[in-house]
Design a protein. Structure first.
Length: 224
């Protein structure tokens, strides 16, 4: 791999880390003590482009930046943010690495939805009791009414967001020369991909409305 290619990869990765970090200030949703933004979707684009290792490293970088700046949850938030972002990016990157196609993109984000939902359940059971200072059984009691629906909706929103933004972003990056075309994405913007984007937008809206209306969630455009 040439130094020029490496430089492009590092440049694009740094760009997406910066955008993901910016997302921690914008479009924040909150339900009880749980919050999320769109940074996982942005980080996952890196994982789809360059593989799961880039996605995991980007997850760590953004989690640390958030911890050092806007986070009000301390080390707990750092750990949970990294686990969530890294799991989602890892699932996307691993599946898409071996199936770089239209169907592969759908399979990648679907895998991430399942993986991150399951992993976050385990993480909440073992980590959240220390953060909140409550018995583990109290957190387990929150799984069906809060933790499972919230993390599932969060994962679905990130998956839909990835499917909406990935193709337009990669197309723009290729036109700008920041992404090499030696290993191009195998599907193009056609009727099938437009339909996928439309469906993803609908799913995204439904999941957001569920969080806000059914889970009494709140939305803020800028972090205070």
């Amino acid at each position: 791999m040439s130094s020029k290619t490496n430089l492009k990869k590092f440049t694009v990765t740094a760009l997406f880390c910066a955008i993901a970090f910016l997302m921690t200030f914008l479009f924040r949703f909150k339900v009880s003590f749980l919050t999320f933004d769109f940074k996982d979707a942005i980080i996952s684009v890196v994982s789809l482009l360059y593989g799961p290792i880039y996605g995991v490293v980007s997850s760590a970088v953004v989690a640390v930046l958030e911890f050092l700046s806007v986070s009000d949850t301390g080390v707990y938030g750092l750990i949970m943010n990294f686990i969530s972002s890294a799991t989602f990016a890892l699932g996307c990157g691993l599946v898409y690495k071996f199936k770089r196609s239209f169907g592969g993109a759908i399979a990648a984000v679907s895998t991430s939805v399942v993986c991150v939902t399951a992993v976050m359940m385990v993480a909440n059971i073992f980590i959240t009791p220390y953060y909140m200072g409550v018995p583990t059984k109290n957190i387990i009691g929150l799984i069906p009414i809060l933790l499972l629906p919230f993390n599932l909706c969060k994962a679905i929103i990130n998956a839909a967001s990835v499917l909406i933004i990935y193709k337009p972003i990669t197309t723009s990056l290729k036109k700008s020369g920041l992404v090499d075309t030696a290993n191009p994405v195998k599907y193009t913007i056609n009727k099938k991909s437009v339909l996928l984007i439309v469906i993803s937008v609908i799913v995204l809206i439904i999941a957001i409305l569920f969080i806000i209306l059914k889970m009494d969630g709140s939305f803020s455009l800028f972090k205070n």
